[in-house]
Design a protein around this ligand. Structure first.
Ligand SMILES: Nc1ncnc2c1ncn2[C@@H]1O[C@H](COP(=O)(O)OP(=O)(O)O)[C@@H](O)[C@H]1O
Ligand SMILES: [Mg+2]
Length: 403
């Protein structure tokens, strides 16, 4: 039949009303999924640690070290005996007390403040959110106190905490009040989470309003520095945390620029794929033009303590080998000497609103899981070392000023 024939049925056009209805249906579906299939917030639980794991975390040697200290040090939390009474389990908050006791030299020294790490890449799907969450969890298991700030209006990081951005987060509870000037500190927006030692400033789609507010504020007041709103909002809490981790949107947006300028350290997760590699080279060009036009014109400057490229979602293939070569030639020492494998396990865990650090004891027997877990442990260790160096610089700088 002729496609212009009047007999041919015409599908209806889609109106804005239809889109509204679709939005309601999708939101309803999300909330019912959360309360049935996925881990609801009530079910998001802190991990537990066996005595051997705790011993490793504390750097203790010899079997029975934990049992020994339970006798000798009644001030330390003694965990819970399992039902058979043979094994002991420690909750995250208990484990963190032990780690802080036995790994004192790794903790933030007096006179130093939180190191801010932004996870960025303009491309979506490069594992920014997964990287932010695992790094935050990993560092908190090492005894550090961590604040994570979700600056992506999509709120994926917020979702990983078992919180539904558009149902459970109001605009005033995100960083938006810093943008409109109704708050000058992130403190009122910080909330406790299911994870001991890990606090969150969440995001929701209303945060997208920042993309209109920031340029318009700049327009009406040329003195206004739209890029330093987040950086200044963090000042008030730098003394309260060891590390602040910022997850950023997958675009060169005003919020992303704020995230970049608030960073002491930058982590760029990069899957070794051709398009991801190409997109990252645009990132550096835009970033360099931006810093040139925003800062240098005003005679100010910005330094980073570290910039890491993290190979992520790495699979075995010929393309991977070729692109890995390009990455190492282009980014040299910036590339971290470890890779996060592409594993069904990590994607599965995310589908349950969790990461490798949300694992259950059953997961620990899975080989693919173990490989992913070990890679993330190494990643956390590398970042922890760079944080220590940044603290050292802060303390030296303080001593120099005091002298
Ligand atoms: N190591 C991994 N292997 C396989 N899939 C992964 C891995 N890490 C993350 N993912 C999945 O990749 C997708 C994108 O990750 P996400 O962290 O949301 O990226 P971004 O924040 O950069 O958009 C998610 O579905 C996530 O579950
Ligand atoms: Mg994301």
């Amino acid at each position: 039949m002729d496609y212009l024939s009047p007999q041919l049925a015409m599908p209806p056009v889609i109106s804005l009303d239809d889109i509204n209805k679709q939005a309601e249906i999708a939101a309803g579906m999300m909330s019912s999924i959360r309360s049935t299939m996925l881990m609801p917030r009530a079910a998001k639980k802190e991990p537990v640690f066996g005595a051997d794991e705790l011993s490793d975390l504390c750097g203790l040697s010899g079997r029975g070290a934990v049992a020994h200290y339970i006798k000798e040090r009644p001030d330390l939390p003694s965990g819970m005996l399992t039902t058979t009474g043979r094994k002991r389990h420690f909750g995250l908050s208990e484990a963190r007390v032990w780690v802080r006791e036995f790994q004192k030299e790794k903790l933030r020294p007096a006179g130093a403040e939180a190191i801010t790490i932004t996870v960025a890449n303009f491309k979506g799907g490069t594992t920014k959110t997964t990287t932010s969450m695992t790094l935050a969890q990993g560092l908190s298991i090492q005894g550090h106190k961590v604040l994570v700030i979700d600056t992506d209006p999509q709120g994926s990081l917020t979702t990983l905490f078992g919180i539904l951005p558009d149902l459970e987060v109001e605009e005033e509870q995100t960083i938006l009040p810093l943008v409109d000037g109704s708050q000058h500190s992130v403190r009122p927006m910080i909330r406790k989470t299911y994870w001991d030692g890990l606090d969150l400033v969440p995001a929701c789609s209303g945060l997208f309003a920042a993309e209109f507010m920031l340029p318009s504020l700049q327009q009406s007041n040329p003195e206004f520095e739209f890029w330093s709103v987040l950086d200044m909002g963090i000042d008030d809490v730098r003394g309260d945390y060891d590390v602040i981790i910022i997850d950023s949107p997958p675009a060169l947006s005003y919020l992303t620029i704020n995230s970049l300028f608030a960073a002491n350290g930058l982590i760029i997760p990069l899957p070794p794929e051709t398009l991801d590699f190409a997109s990252l080279s645009q990132f550096w060009q835009l970033f360099s033009q931006l810093t040139g036009s925003l800062l240098q014109k005003r005679g100010s400057s910005k330094v980073f303590e570290f910039q890491n490229v993290l190979l992520s979602k790495v699979s075995k293939s010929v393309t991977t080998d070729v692109v890995r070569q390009w990455i190492s030639q282009t980014y040299g020492a910036k590339v971290l000497p470890l890779e996060i494998p592409r594993t069904a396990t990590t994607s599965l865990k995310s589908a349950e609103f969790g990461t490798v650090y949300d694992a259950t004891p059953d997961d620990l027997k899975d080989r693919t899981y173990k490989r992913a877990r070990e890679a993330y442990d190494q990643f956390v260790e590398h970042v922890e070392r760079q944080i220590a160096t940044a603290w050292r610089r802060q303390v030296m700088e303080q001593n120099r000023v005091a002298a």
